[in-house]
Design a protein around this ligand. Structure first.
Ligand code: PAF
Length: 281
């Protein structure tokens, strides 16, 4: 694996590969890599000749500075995992490399209502930050395909919208959510959970399965109430949302119609750690 810290060096290398018609797949990350990231790298390898992974903890997408300060950093282990997975290139830029003075002020993106709901309403500015960094990374790497995980379902929709707005040529390929045996979705934030909290946190996935099983049997409000009780009884301290929405528009639905693509999404706090997960119904 070749590690690049400077954009100019990375681009020079990529240009020579692109001249040989190599297909480039890109997996952007914020590090603290886990099996979910590695499964995205594997997916990228099946579509690409060259896989580029980036590790950059993007300050502009953290609406809470405490969350940014506490974001886990495990760079040495990340490099070992990427090498073991035969990743070709790691891009490891500094903040000033991604956001140089000449590129200020940063762009804002007209993302429409999908930016204002769910994660957007609880983390103001978050998706603008995600677009700023992914837009910049796509401009640098110019990959054929961008690999994103379904766990961040709304993020995928937002990045798709940004790609259309900015007319990037890159296509998105979505990797399914990887789970521990208990059902807990893989997440870098799980590193901040105690063993007991990890066990209790499986209530999110259990709740999503419960919604899926009962969506055509019970009124939506009743389901949401039952799931809320279930999460609080399992040790979740606070719930941001239990949403059952149209999977294309993210607008709430009043009643389930199996002809309409529908998704359930949950965001809740286990101790200080905010966890999210979703399931297509
Ligand atoms: O999902 C993430 O880890 C981040 O939001 C991303 C896409 C790498 C942008 O910083």
């Amino acid at each position: 694996m070749i590690v690049f810290k400077q954009i100019a060096d990375l681009q020079k290398h990529l240009q020579s590969l692109k001249k040989e018609n190599k297909r480039v797949g890109f997996v952007p990350t914020m590090g603290a890599l886990h099996q979910g990231h590695l499964s995205l790298i594997k997916l990228a390898q099946s579509f690409s000749d060259i896989v580029v992974c980036s590790i950059f903890v993007n300050p502009t997408q953290f609406n809470d500075s405490k969350d940014f300060d506490q974001y886990p950093i495990t760079i040495e282990q990340d490099i070992l995992l990427l090498e073991k997975q035969n990743t070709n290139i790691l891009f490891l830029p500094s903040i000033s490399e991604i956001y140089p003075k000449e590129k200020q002020p940063l762009s804002t993106y007209h993302l429409g209502v999908i930016e204002t709901v769910l994660e957007g309403s609880f983390r103001p500015g978050h998706f603008q930050g995600v677009c700023q960094v992914v837009d910049r990374l796509l401009e640098i790497v110019i990959p054929d395909n961008l690999f994103l995980g379904q766990k961040d379902y709304q993020q995928v929709m937002i990045i798709q919208k940004m790609i259309e707005l900015k007319k990037h040529s890159t296509k998105i390929i979505i990797g399914e959510t990887l789970r521990e045996k208990t059902g807990l979705a893989n997440s870098s934030r799980n590193l901040r959970l105690s063993e007991n909290e990890k066990k209790n946190a499986t209530a999110i996935y259990q709740s999503l399965l419960f919604i899926k099983e009962n969506i055509d049997k019970k009124p939506i409000l009743e389901l949401q109430q039952e799931v809320s009780d279930r999460l609080l009884n399992s040790g979740f301290k606070h719930i941001d949302y239990i949403a059952i929405v149209n999977a294309k528009t993210l607008q709430s639905i009043a009643t389930f119609n199996k002809e309409v693509p529908t998704i359930a999404l949950i965001a809740a706090f286990m101790g200080e750690v905010r966890l999210i997960d979703n399931l297509i119904l």
